[in-house]
Design a protein around this ligand. Structure first.
Ligand code: ZN
Length: 251
C-alpha cells in the first residue's frame, strides 16, 4: 500500500502572537514532547524574561525501541535528559508527575494535579498537545494531556468550588489562565516567530540522547525541524516559526 502524504495544515494568514507573557506553563505527556512542541518559543521567551514552568506528565518509560532496554532502566535516563533539556531552553521550573507512560487517564487525580500546578505557578499562557486532531493518529497520552489541561484551565483552576482542598488546606488561590496554545493542531490559528530560539530548541532536543534515534529525522532532527519551521514561516517577515491553535479564555 502506498504511504499517504503527511498532512500539512494551511499556515498562511495566521495571527502573529508577539506579546511575551510574564509566566508560561508547558504541559506535555512524555520527556521531549515539550521541546518538540514549544521549545523554540520557550527559548525565545525565557531569554526575554518569561518565567517558564515545564510539566512532564509521564515517566516516558515506554519510550525505547531498544529491546535490551526495560522501563526500569529507561526512566532515570529520561528524567535526567529532561532536566538537561529544560535547563537548555531556559525553563525556571520543572515538574514531574511520574504517571505511567501510556497510562494517563482523564480522571480526578490527574485533573487535580494539573489544577494544583496552575494555581501554584499562575501562568498567563499554557502550551499543550491538541487533543482534537483528526488527521492521523494522536497518541492516547497526548489526547489525555490536552483534554485534562483544557478542563483544568476552565473551569477547574478558575473556580474556587472545584478542588476546594487546594484553597482550604494548601493556601492556594483560584487562577485564571488567559490563553492556551496547542501544538500538533490540524487547524492552527496563530504563529510565533521562533527565529531567535530554534537553534536552542535543537540543542535541547539533542539532550534527549536516548530518543534521538526515534525522532523524525533521527540525528538529523535539527535539519527536519529547521525545514518545518522555515516552511510554516514562508509567508511571514521572519525566518522560522511555530504554529498553534489558540483558545482565549473568557474574562
Ligand atoms: Zn509524546
Amino acid at each position: 500500500m502506498q504511504q499517504p502524504p503527511r498532512f500539512m495544515p494551511d499556515t498562511s494568514g495566521l495571527e502573529i502572537v508577539t506579546e511575551v507573557p510574564e509566566r508560561t506553563m508547558v504541559i506535555f505527556a512524555h520527556p521531549d514532547d515539550g521541546e518538540l512542541g514549544a521549545g523554540g518559543v520557550i527559548a525565545t521567551w525565557s531569554a526575554q524574561g518569561c518565567d517558564i514552568t515545564m510539566v512532564v506528565c509521564t515517566t516516558g518509560g515506554s519510550g525505547s525501541n531498544d529491546r535490551a532496554m526495560d522501563s526500569q532502566s529507561i526512566v532515570p535516563t529520561r528524567r535526567a535528559e529532561q532536566q538537561e533539556a529544560s535547563r537548555t531552553v531556559g525553563a525556571a521550573h520543572l515538574e514531574f508527575l511520574d504517571h505511567q507512560d501510556g497510562g494517563l487517564e482523564d480522571d480526578r487525580v490527574f485533573r487535580g494535579e494539573i489544577v494544583r500546578l496552575i494555581r501554584r505557578h499562575r501562568p498567563h499562557t499554557i502550551f499543550c498537545h491538541d487533543p482534537h486532531r483528526f488527521e492521523g493518529f494522536n497518541h492516547r497520552d497526548h489526547r489525555m494531556v490536552g483534554t485534562v489541561a483544557l478542563d483544568a484551565v476552565y473551569p477547574y483552576a478558575r473556580d474556587h468550588l472545584h478542588f476546594p482542598e487546594h484553597i482550604e488546606d494548601e493556601g492556594l488561590e483560584p487562577h485564571k489562565v488567559v490563553q492556551v496554545l496547542m501544538w500538533g493542531s490540524d487547524r492552527p490559528n496563530v504563529i510565533i516567530d521562533t527565529s531567535a530560539g530554534v537553534e536552542t530548541q535543537i540543542l535541547a532536543l539533542h539532550k534527549h540522547a536516548s530518543q534521538i534515534g526515534g525522532l523524525r529525522g533521527g540525528p538529523q532532527v535539527g535539519d527536519r525541524l529547521r525545514e518545518r519551521a522555515e516552511s510554516v514561516a514562508e509567508s511571514y517577515q521572519f525566518q522560522y516559526g511555530q504554529v498553534y491553535r489558540r483558545i482565549i479564555a473568557r474574562r
